[in-house]
Design a protein. Structure first.
Length: 93
């Protein structure tokens, strides 16, 4: 029977940070478009309001939302990658 190599490389926090930031910004833009074209929808309003407190349908709202998404993604990345790499190093020893 063939055995599988279960060794894993450490996560690169820069790559994970960019990937998660991109995903959150794309979700924010999709929800902003939904909120713009369908203002009474709950789908877009909640996500946009999560990262911005500016008035709806404004450039300041979009900018604050993008900035908030990136900051949140970088914070989450720091915690997630740090914990992952710590647990990975413990499992190897």
């Amino acid at each position: 029977m063939t055995t599988l190599d279960a060794s894993h490389a450490r996560m690169n926090s820069v790559a994970v940070g960019w990937a998660l930031s991109s995903v959150l910004v794309i979700f924010l833009l999709i929800c902003a478009l939904v909120a713009f074209f369908w203002p009474t929808s709950v789908f877009g309003q909640g996500w946009v309001a999560l990262f911005s407190t500016k008035p709806d349908a404004s450039i300041a709202n979009l900018g604050a939302g993008v900035f908030g998404s990136i900051v949140a993604a970088l914070f989450i990345t720091g915690v997630f990658v740090g914990v992952h790499n710590c647990l990975l190093s413990r499992s190897k020893s």
